[in-house]
Design a protein around this ligand. Structure first.
Ligand SMILES: Nc1ncnc2c1ncn2[C@@H]1O[C@H](COP(=O)(O)OP(=O)(O)O)[C@@H](O)[C@H]1O
Ligand SMILES: [Mg+2]
Length: 265
């Protein structure tokens, strides 16, 4: 399999309920996907599958050419090839480590520890990613003292540190103020348009957070795929309304999107 991600008929069942329900979805190299869906739709569960940390109850999962659960696939070789930035990660990281250390430790597959000898080249890379995310002034700050936006940008820099082939972002703009959101969208847009950047999958609730450079959208509701394909074809008012369960109008404004509910009649 040469696809970045190939899900065939994948379900995740917990307590008799399908959190992800017969999902078939493929992501090709260079594509940048947005996953849209209401709270509880199964977006994070899908990302956990894509990160190889969650095995489905049914179906087959191919990640970066490896099929999960087959003898030839070693998830410990696969995982460094995938970068993941989400809330769950932030809780695992030591609050007293500096920002630079937080990013640097990713190169060694650890969430803690500053005993190792770090290579100069790694420190340069960590600094470069932090610079790209606008975090150069915070290198020596303790991770635990960062604002929401600063923490998110640090986590994205950290996810890039292993030079992943696939980058997974779970609600990277959630909780940011308007300035923080716009700053992040701009930075993600730059990354998305960079031809040597990894394939990207970003979960969000808001079409306003879709950065220019993202190419495809997957819409899910109650674990099921509602729409999947190029943004310009699938990000329609009809699909978005079905996805969120209320009448919505989506508009393109320049290279961004905006959506709002129809006024009550
Ligand atoms: N381990 C679990 N056992 C049972 N239910 C779960 C488990 N993990 C998540 N869920 C439920 O599955 C649904 C989908 O969760 P999630 O993928 O986190 O949704 P989203 O990220 O789209 O908000 C939610 O209703 C959530 O409560
Ligand atoms: Mg979630």
């Amino acid at each position: 399999m040469s696809d970045v991600l190939e899900l065939q008929d994948v379900s995740v069942v917990r307590e008799g309920r399908a959190l992800v329900d017969q999902v078939s979805w493929s992501v090709k190299e260079g594509e940048r996907w947005v996953i849209l869906g209401p709270n509880g739709a199964g977006k994070t569960t899908l990302l956990n599958i894509a990160s190889s940390y969650l095995y489905p109850s049914k179906g087959t999962v191919g990640i970066l050419g490896e099929t999960l659960g087959t003898p030839g696939t070693d998830v410990f070789e696969l995982r460094p090839r995938i970068g993941m930035a989400g809330i769950a990660m932030a809780d695992k990281l030591p609050k007293r480590q500096t920002v630079l250390q937080t990013v640097l430790t990713a190169a060694y597959g650890m969430t803690a520890g500053w005993q190792e000898e770090y290579e100069d080249i790694d420190e340069q890379r960590a600094r470069a990613f932090l610079d790209r995310l606008g975090m150069s002034e915070y290198l020596d700050r303790k991770f635990g003292t960062l604002s929401e936006g600063e923490r998110k940008r640090t986590l994205i820099a950290r996810a890039l540190m292993t030079d992943p082939e696939l980058l997974l972002l779970d609600e990277p703009a959630a909780g940011l103020d308007l300035g923080g959101r716009e700053d992040l969208v701009r930075r993600l847009g730059r990354l998305a348009r960079d031809p040597i950047a990894p394939s990207m999958i970003m979960v969000t609730h808001h079409v306003e957070e879709i950065a220019p450079g993202f190419t495809h959208v997957l819409m899910i509701r109650q674990g099921k795929v509602l729409a999947a394909g190029p943004l310009e074809l699938e990000l329609t008012s009809r699909n978005l309304s079905l996805c969120f369960g209320l009448p919505l109008v989506v508009e393109q404004v320049g290279d961004r999107y905006t959506a709002q509910g129809l006024p009550m009649s």
